[in-house]
Design a binder for this molecule. Structure first.
Ligand code: DON
Length: 579
């Protein structure tokens, strides 16, 4: 199926015209990493090494995921965290799967209009900077739950590398330095954050210098010794609550004491014979990926080719329709009734296809539901072990370095996840998402997420592990990686590196990565009525694994590497390591 007309033409031409650029919409990619026993792909090379060491020691993929989660909190401070939250999708070797939701909750004292002034206008920055932006963190509870239920090694074993990197420091490379520079201005505003992440002279660290995080080492050691209570019931919670009270926040000790992880059924769907397992509400990710895939299933994408105007048109329309549902209907399942069954129904996808005009761009305003009143800021990692257990984790502080505040003495950067809520129906958030009542703020509610840690299986066996940061674009990044492998025959690295497009209903714009489409293709799309925005920067940092070969062709041929890992070429400090 992957031998498309276009790729065959490209292959035969490339034999004769070796130097001509033939397919503009493909990135030239390095080879994926290979492994026969395990694979760890994360956004920071030291964390990838930590994961591989755990696997080599006999830990399973969940053990590795927990160790990587704690390690990234130290070596990838812009998104790795214990002051934020996230999701873990697990597919066990026997085919069962589960999902851990350790995302933030709104504080008990939060209110629907907490980010609006007395005239009902959003207060600039209130949901993004400082303590009022902070949701109750879930990462420590999440990792502890994962380890206790599905891991095999001790907490001390899994936390030791993170503690070591915090205490002794680690040497900064180019990607690490770029990230710290990016956060410098916001981090400088909080004395405790500045004391850790900036040099004593207030300047960002340089390549080759060492970042030591002594307070974080102490906090991690306390958790290692006493377990999650050290974070939620002990001095860490006290420190954060005190700082919050002093600096305009509303976090209370009861918020920490009552925090609970939810174990949920993942969302599943079938796309052209591949079984997709992904994130359920409070993420929109799995539902919306499946909704889009269901629509796409009715079109011969493989024949139409990657990056063609027809393929882009179809993908954009599927995205447009699915994001209306995302932004109007979904929210925390403890608070709203999510129409998951309807959105995953193949007949509903057929209804959407019937509404798509084959010649002209759809119009987002016409899809406005009745009564409806960007990056490296998150991180995703993918792991498989020798037994075939697969784990996909996406976790975040939301924006880069979150709310950019650290409570004195804790060393812990806190999230600004509250911005993912609807502050006011119709008002766009950090990612330009225009959302509705289903995602309004309520005490203890979790804001709707786009994070999509996803595992694809084929014939009952793991096939692909995939996910990415990228705010509202996480969904389309993850989706496009799957389509690139399944429909377009790309290898896992090419599938991740290929230029991206994105549409999220509102604004009614097709976002295109730099050099993502040829000028001819753009002209065709503009002629159909699409508003195109060729971005000046790329987005996302996907981390993926393909099992059995690096591409469908490689798998069919037999003899490909068992595990094939790819970190996005857009990622500055990541690494795929197999063994
Ligand atoms: O949960 C979400 O959808 C967002 N908080 C994710 C943020 C993100 O990916 C930022 N990185 N680019």
């Amino acid at each position: 199926m992957h031998h498309t007309r276009r790729t065959l033409i490209a292959v035969s031409l490339s034999l004769t015209l070796t130097f001509a650029p033939l397919v503009t919409a493909f990135a030239a990619s390095p080879q994926p990493a290979k492994g026969e026993h395990g694979m760890v792909v994360t956004a920071q090379h030291l964390a990838s090494e930590v994961g591989v060491e755990v696997l080599k020691k006999g830990g399973n993929a969940v053990d590795a995921a927990v160790a990587v989660g704690y390690a990234l909190a130290v070596v990838y401070p812009n998104a790795g965290n214990i002051g934020g939250g996230g999701f873990m999708t697990i597919r066990f070797k026997d085919g069962r799967s589960t999902f851990l939701d350790f995302r933030e909750r709104a504080p008990l004292a939060s209110t629907k209009t907490m980010y609006l002034d007395k005239d009902g206008k959003p207060v600039k920055g209130a949901s993004l900077d400082g303590y009022l932006a902070v949701g109750v963190p879930g990462s420590v509870a999440g990792f502890e739950t994962a380890r206790e239920k599905y891991g095999t090694l001790t907490r001390q074993d899994l936390m030791a590398p993170a503690i070591r990197y915090a205490k002794d420091g680690f040497v900064l490379e180019q990607g690490d330095v770029a990230s710290l520079e990016g956060g410098a201005e916001r981090l400088a505003k909080d004395p405790a954050a500045a004391a850790i992440f900036l040099k004593p002279d207030g300047k960002p660290y340089a390549i080759g210098e060492r970042l030591v995080q002594a307070d974080l080492a102490a906090a991690l050691s306390a958790i290692s010794e006493q377990g999650r209570d050290a974070f939620y019931k002990g001095s860490i919670a006290d420190g954060i609550v005190k700082a919050s009270a002093e600096k305009g926040g509303i976090l209370a000790k009861a918020d920490f004491e009552t925090y609970a992880v939810r174990e949920l059924e993942p969302v599943t769907c079938n796309y052209r014979g591949y079984e997709i397992t992904s994130s359920p509400p409070p993420s929109s990710g799995g539902v919306i990926i499946c909704e889009i895939l269901n629509v796409l299933e009715g079109y011969p994408l493989s024949y139409l080719g990657a990056g063609s105007a027809e393929t882009v048109r179809i993908m954009v329309e599927a995205m447009r329709h699915a994001y209306v549902d995302r932004n109007s209907a979904l929210g925390d399942p403890d608070f709203v009734d999510n129409p998951v069954e309807k959105l995953l129904d193949k007949n509903y996808a057929k209804e959407i296809r019937e509404k798509i005009d084959p010649f002209r761009a759809g119009v987002s305003q016409e899809l406005m539901p009745k009564g409806f009143g960007e990056s490296q800021e998150t991180t995703h990692y993918s792991i498989v072990d020798n037994d075939g257990n697969a784990v996909a984790v996406t976790y975040t502080l939301n924006g880069s370095f979150g709310a950019a505040v650290v409570a004195d003495g804790t060393g812990i950067l806190l999230n600004n996840e509250m911005d993912d809520f609807t502050q006011k129906p119709g008002v766009p958030n950090l990612y330009g998402l225009v959302q509705g009542e289903a995602n309004a703020i309520e005490p203890r509610k979790t804001p709707l997420s786009s994070m999509s840690p996803t595992i694809v299986a084929k014939d009952g066996k793991p096939f692909m592990v995939i996910g990415s940061p990228g705010g509202s674009r996480i969904i389309t990044i993850t989706l496009e990686a799957i389509v690139n492998v399944v429909d377009h025959g790309m290898n896992i690295q090419e599938a991740i590196d290929a230029p991206r497009i994105h549409h999220q209903w509102l604004p009614d714009t097709v976002y295109i990565e730099p050099f993502g489409l040829s000028p001819d293709t753009e002209k065709l799309l503009a002629g159909m009525g699409y508003h195109l925005d060729v971005a000046d920067a790329t987005w996302g940092q996907a981390a993926g694994i393909l099992v059995g070969g690096k591409s469908l062709a490689d798998i069919e041929k037999g003899g490909g590497a068992r595990y094939n890992g790819a970190i996005d070429s857009r990622a500055a400090s990541g690494k795929a390591i197999g063994y």
